[in-house]
Design a protein. Structure first.
Length: 132
């Protein structure tokens, strides 16, 4: 087992590479989670918004969950977006703000409550190399 203690938490000294962590997260999606059709209202709406901002309203946008994986534990990534092999990492937090985060995009409770989906999607599209 990759760097897990007896309690199931990952150990600090057993770091897993980012690439391997990404692959592990892709292989361990929650039951019923389909990256091309995410199972929550937020993720589904985010995927549609990102797709509409990309060329041809791309159906190739996929959202993966990574909570509880080495990607979350070592790299602070709760979910990530994949589009034509490009990845944008996301940190979801229930705090109003977070000073230190490792992911490329931070989504706070206020972002969700105040429906800032367009702004979040725009950040992701820019990082994916899209036109918006």
């Amino acid at each position: 087992m990759v760097g897990r203690s007896s309690e199931g938490r990952f150990r600090r000294g057993c770091r897993v590479s980012f690439g391997r962590s990404l692959m592990m997260a892709k292989r361990t999606q929650p039951n019923g989670w389909v990256p091309s059709r995410p199972g929550t209202r937020f993720a589904s709406a985010l995927r549609r918004c990102i797709a509409s901002m990309l060329a041809n309203g791309s159906v190739d946008v996929r959202i993966f969950v990574s909570t509880g994986t080495p990607l979350d534990f070592y790299y602070g990534v709760d979910m990530f977006v994949e589009y034509h092999g490009r990845i944008v990492t996301i940190d979801l937090t229930m705090r109003k703000r977070k000073e230190n985060f490792k992911a490329q995009v931070l989504v706070t409770r206020d972002d969700i409550v105040h429906d800032r989906l367009q702004n979040i999607a725009r950040q992701i599209v820019i990082k994916l190399g899209g036109t918006n």
